[in-house]
Design a protein around this ligand. Structure first.
Ligand code: HXC
Ligand code: NAP
Length: 268
């Protein structure tokens, strides 16, 4: 006889760095709807409060505090507060990031460093600091990377370098922490509609349409697409997955798919 199981994440605790907006807030909201106690950090206290307010207004459980992922001590303080309130942490999302379009020749050393510090050092800080606060075995750590981590892109030298580092860090930590029962994976979203990332990279409609036309699936993704994958990776159903960089990108990582092969071949 088939049994009806509880939602796979019910009662767990998630720590979500960069969770006050965009893709990461989408993940936080989805987790919360599964009965996860969600804790959010980002730099802006106002954004954190608004995000926590949205989740609790929906009848779910959330807390949050301002913390900059570039500051290890601030991240650790937040983790300690979360454990104090919710107990040991089952799921960590490292999703804080910064991005702007800029040719390398016009980029200051500090501009490059700023993005590497937020994306890569920030991810190290969040994952490294979280280790002592995790429920072990069983914890699932998920970084949010990008296609730029595997494929070079014009005006994105800082992001490409930082996200490539995030990808390799994911694999190294998966090797080192697997024996403790801690899984370490990353999600690589393609362009996601209604996000700051897309607004910064394709500000005008013509650029946005051209970008969409190059994707194999011919459309941007949604925050829900990424949140569903995060639910799976966080759950025990993904118990044998670690060190994976999982593309959820409409084919962005494959390269330019704008030629219509099916029409050209007369097989559409
Ligand atoms: C060139 C720039 C710049 C720009 C800032 N800088 N913006 N250089 N072009 N547009 C330079 C500054 O001049 C400075 O260098 C250095 O970067 C640091 O700038 P600050 O403003 O002091 O940094 P900070 O306050 O820490 O803000 C970080 C930030 C900002 C990244 C610059 O934009 C931010 O807070 N972003 C967070 C939100 C975000 O970016 N979301 C999108 C994530 S999407 P100097 O030399 O003057 O001191 C993503 C991938 C998307 O990550 C992939 C889509 C497919
Ligand atoms: P977003 O809304 O700007 O999300 C970034 C979050 O990080 C914000 O909540 C921001 O809040 C926080 N943050 C930034 N710097 C921080 C710092 N130093 N310390 C702590 N928190 C910080 O952008 P998004 O487009 O949804 O991107 C979310 C993630 O998805 C990023 O990792 C990005 O690289 C990745 N991604 C996005 C896309 C896309 O299409 N949008 C595609 C591929 C990958 P504060 O301002 O309050 O700090």
């Amino acid at each position: 006889m088939m049994s009806i199981s509880n939602p796979p994440l019910q009662g767990r605790v998630a720590f979500i760095a960069g969770g006050s907006s965009g893709i990461n807030l989408g993940i936080a909201q989805r987790f919360a709807s599964e009965g996860v106690k969600v804790a959010i950090i980002s730099r802006s206290q106002e954004k954190v409060a608004a995000a926590v307010g949205e989740i609790t207004a929906a009848g779910n459980v959330a807390m949050g505090m301002a913390a900059d992922v570039r500051e290890y001590a601030a991240v650790e303080k937040a983790l300690a507060a979360v454990r104090e309130s919710y107990g040991e942490i089952d799921i960590v999302i490292s999703g804080a990031a910064g991005n702007f379009m800029c040719p390398a020749i016009g980029m200051s050393a500090n501009a490059f460093k700023t993005v590497v510090d937020i994306d890569l050092l920030g991810t190290f800080n969040v994952l490294r600091a979280s280790f002592a606060y995790l429920r072990k075995p069983g914890a699932s750590l998920i970084s949010i990377t990008a296609p730029q981590g595997a494929k070079p892109e014009m005006f994105q030298a800082h992001v490409c370098a930082a996200k490539a580092g995030v990808n390799m860090l994911t694999k190294c930590l998966a090797m080192e922490w697997g024996p403790a029962g801690v899984r370490v994976n990353a999600i690589s979203p393609g362009p996601i509609a209604g996000t700051e990332g897309v607004a910064r990279m394709a500000a005008d409609p013509a650029t946005a349409a051209a970008w969409e036309a190059r994707l194999a699936l011919r459309s941007y993704g949604s925050k829900q697409d990424i949140a569903e994958l995060a639910v799976f990776l966080a759950s025990d159903q993904a118990r044998y997955m670690t060190g994976a960089i999982v593309d959820c990108d409409g084919g962005a990582s494959l390269g330019d798919s704008s030629a219509d092969a099916l029409t050209v071949s007369g097989r559409r």
